[in-house]
Design a protein around this ligand. Structure first.
Ligand code: 2P0
Length: 350
């Protein structure tokens, strides 16, 4: 009786027996940051954020159906993934399969050129590429908004890497239900006037971080007395940032981004126990950026969940800025990025 009852209610998932897809995506750097979740399972943030997708550090992800396999397999940079990485990717594939009403394990092979875990948003490019490839393989026909919403479930910042150039990720109304916020929380492109920017990335430390951004966000939201003020300030920053981008005003974009990043680090420094990603090397780069500004160069710093510094400047000044930062930081690697493309499918079969 019971099983008959079920069979009338639940459409059994149809098996997928073959197919593969390869997608590529690049990381993004937030100029107005995402820091803190309203809901962990749905990856819903407390505030809107805004970023620039880079034209360097691509992640290329190949997903293929493994018809005889019982479990998903994940290979990251040639090595089988285990633990948290495997769990996050499998949970994400489960979401794609449930949404598509399909079943069948997959093999995911990912080549990530971002220094993993160094606060350079490797999960953004990783889950944006995975969303495109997995949706294709399991037959989900999604527009860019739906793809962004899906990528968000893998990693919040991935919602923004679905788009090229500048993108805003909407938090979804704070007063709405979780289901409404889920629907309304996605990224979309933002116009950026005549801006011709570059981000000079100073990797002072490419090692893994001591505290994951997920845990650090949780601790900040739960314990930092400054968190509410930062969210309120960030809302104002977003309005000003959109206006500065529209006007193509790099100095305004840079100052807002720098203030917003320092505010984010202040709120986590006030968490209990404190989360401190900034190192002495970070502070030295911040001093160098101030000196560049005193010398008349428009250069502004932002830092994420790690000690590395990204310096926003005019593209025409990028070589000069990179050279100055290389000279002052001979042990660091320095990369120059411009605005890049959004996540895209390279090929698919079956
Ligand atoms: C951002 N970061 O806006 C902020 C600023 C780091 C500092 O998004 O937990 O890897 O997977 O949603 O996206 C890093 O967090 O976090 C991040 P989850 P994610 O770029």
């Amino acid at each position: 009786m019971r099983s008959e009852h079920w069979s009338t209610l639940v459409q059994p998932a149809r098996p997928v027996t073959s197919g593969s897809a390869t997608a590529v995506a690049q990381p993004n750097i937030a100029l107005v940051k995402y820091w803190g979740k309203r809901d962990e399972r749905l990856v819903l943030p407390w505030s809107d954020s805004l970023s620039m997708t880079l034209d360097i550090f691509p992640t290329t992800t190949h997903v293929r159906i493994a018809p005889d396999a019982e479990h998903d397999t994940v290979v990251l940079n040639g090595r089988p993934a285990t633990g948290e990485v495997l769990r996050r990717v499998t949970t994400f594939l489960e979401l794609v399969r449930n949404t598509a009403g399909r079943r069948g394990a997959a093999v995911v092979e990912t080549d990530n050129t971002v220094p993993t875990g160094a606060g350079l948003a490797s999960s953004a490019s990783a889950f944006a590429a995975l969303a495109v490839a997995a949706a294709t393989v399991y037959g989900l026909d999604l527009d860019a908004t739906a793809l962004s919403r899906l990528a968000r479930r893998g990693s919040g910042s991935a919602s923004r890497s679905v788009f090229g150039g500048f993108a805003v990720w909407h938090a979804g109304q704070r007063t709405s239900t979780l289901a409404e916020a889920d629907l309304n929380s996605y990224a979309e492109p933002v116009p950026s006037g005549d801006l011709d920017p570059a981000l000079v990335i100073v990797v002072v430390d490419a090692g893994p971080k001591a505290v994951s951004s997920r845990e650090a966000m949780r601790r900040t939201v739960d314990t930092s007395p400054l968190y509410g003020s930062w969210v309120a300030a960030s809302e104002d920053d977003l309005v000003l940032m959109r206006d500065a981008l529209r006007r193509g005003d790099l100095d305004a974009v840079g100052s807002i981004a720098e203030q917003n990043a320092l505010g984010m680090h202040a709120t986590m420094l006030a968490a209990r126990p404190a989360v401190r990603y900034l190192s002495p090397a970070t502070l030295e780069v911040l001093d160098q950026v101030s000196r560049l500004r005193r010398d008349g160069v428009s250069a502004y710093a932002t830092m994420d969940a790690g000690p590395n510094v990204k310096v926003l400047c005019h593209r025409a000044d990028a070589d000069r800025v990179a050279e100055a930062l290389r000279r002052s930081n001979p042990e660091s690697s320095v990369h120059v990025a411009g605005p890049g493309q959004g996540a895209r499918l390279l090929r698919a079969s079956g």
